[in-house]
Structures are given as C-alpha cells and as structure tokens.
Design a protein around this ligand. Sequence first.
Ligand SMILES: Nc1ncnc2c1ncn2[C@@H]1O[C@H](COP(=O)(O)OP(=O)(O)OP(=O)(O)O)[C@@H](O)[C@H]1O
Ligand SMILES: [Mg+2]
Length: 265
Amino acid sequence: MSNTEHGSDDAKYVIRTEEMNLWYGTFQALFDINSNIKEGIITSLIGPSGCGKTTLLRSFNRINERLGYVRINGSIQIFDKNIYDGDVELSQLRKQVGMVFQRPNPLPLSIRQNVLFGWHIHNEKSERLSRSEQNDIVEKSLREVVLWDKVKDRLNDKATFLSLEEQQKLCIARLLPVKPKVLLMDEPCSALDPKGTEAVEELIWRLRGEYSILIVTHNMAQARRASDECIFMLMGKMIEHGGTEKVFSDPQQKETADYIEGRYG
Ligand SMILES: Nc1ncnc2c1ncn2[C@@H]1O[C@H](COP(=O)(O)OP(=O)(O)OP(=O)(O)O)[C@@H](O)[C@H]1O
Ligand SMILES: [Mg+2]
C-alpha cells in the first residue's frame, strides 16, 4: 500500500479507514482498507467491475446496512468520529454524508418539492420554515447546481420531466440544504450523454472546496480530468492512492499500471 506516503502533513482528512473489512454473508468484498481521504478535494475511485468501489462508497454513509447480511470490522472515521460507534445516529450521519446514484432518482414531485424534501426529512416539524425561507433554500440550492435560470419559471413542474442531466443536477441540489460535508457519487454521469457528462463534471468541479467529494467512475478520462486524488482498487483491495496525475503517469504498483494501460476489463 502506498497511501501512507501521499499528501502533505497539514492536510486535513475527512474520512479515514483502518483495517476495514466487509462481508456480504460469507463473501468477503473488502480487505484491509486503510485510507486517508482529504477534505475539500475530489477523490476518484477506479478499478475493474466488481472490485468493490460501490461497496466501499456505500460504507461511508452506512447505507450497506440496509442489507441485513452485511458485516464490517475495522474502523471508519468521518471527521474523527467512528461512524460505527453505538452513539452515532444514522439520520445525523446521512445529513453529513450525502449520496448521488448512477441513475438520477428524483421523487415524482415538483422541482421545488424535490429540493425541500431533504430538508424536511432531516428537520423537526417544529422548525417548519416560512414560505419565503423555503423559497430562499430552493433558489440557493438550484443556483449552486447551475439550474436556477433554467427552471425558475417552472418550479412546480414535475422533476421527472427534466432531462437526465438536469435531473442529476437536481439530485445534487436536493442534498445541499442540509449542508453535507461529504458527497458520495457512484458513477453519477453513467446515464448521461457526453454533453450532460461534461455539464455535471463541471458542476462537481464547482462544488469542490466547499464539499469533500468521492466519485466512483468507470471512465478513466473522467477520473483523470475531474479528480485531485485517485484510488485504484482491485479484488476488494486498495492497491494505490495518490495524486491523480501521478497515479496515471507514474503509478507505483504494477497492478495500477496494468489497469491504466487497459490490461484488465
Ligand atoms: N448486495 C450484494 N450482495 C452480495 N454480494 C454483493 C452485493 N453487492 C456487491 N456484491 C459483490 O461484492 C463485490 C464488489 O461489488 P461492487 O458492486 O462493490 O463492485 P464495483 O467495483 O462497484 O463494480 P461495478 O464497477 O460493476 O459497479 C462483487 O463481487 C459483487 O458481486
Ligand atoms: Mg459499482
């Protein structure tokens, strides 16, 4: 593992895992994952199909637990708190760690209601917002994802009528009102055409800094142009983690070089 040597001393880490292992029933999908993921940058996760990218990503907001047969050991710390400690509230964790999926999944509600939805499930009824506070949240979130000008005159239209690119931006906007620290994205552009991909990549790049972003991608060109650091995984193990340009131009592990040169599927 080379991930102990990357990064400068003053970097702050948003996620750290130590000796983390994960099993689906008796099948072990992740092995001894030690990672330090830096705050405020984009980290990409690459590797062949089935290597565990989605599994690792989903461990960071404990969404894997929905499956009763998942077992994890080792530790995952998010801002120095082990997210598997007994006193961690899942709703609090999911507020801090938002997730974007492969296919945009807006609710069959209006654009406006989609943006407000996250806020409503994460806040007590007693904190109900006034209409104008709601309007502010909707506008601010949609501006952050560069969708406001396009949809401001049709906020009550069903979100499912938007293009896939717009739906994916909306799904990102929906996370923002609860002010997450981390955004997990599992192949967020895979359902989009090249133009949509470019637009969503640009958006992700804009969000960099304010949010720490982890993005799984099959698209090597995307990882290379749209991430600061890159993690290469193979068969449930983390093989290499470093600055993206370095991982691509001067990989330290033979397996990484083989993958980048297209020797695996
Ligand atoms: N719900 C599940 N139950 C049992 N095994 C699973 C489950 N989800 C994934 N796996 C297995 O765990 C391993 C890792 O899968 P995972 O989906 O994390 O890989 P991935 O790198 O995201 O692949 P892809 O690039 O195809 O999305 C695979 O062997 C897969 O078959
Ligand atoms: Mg996957």
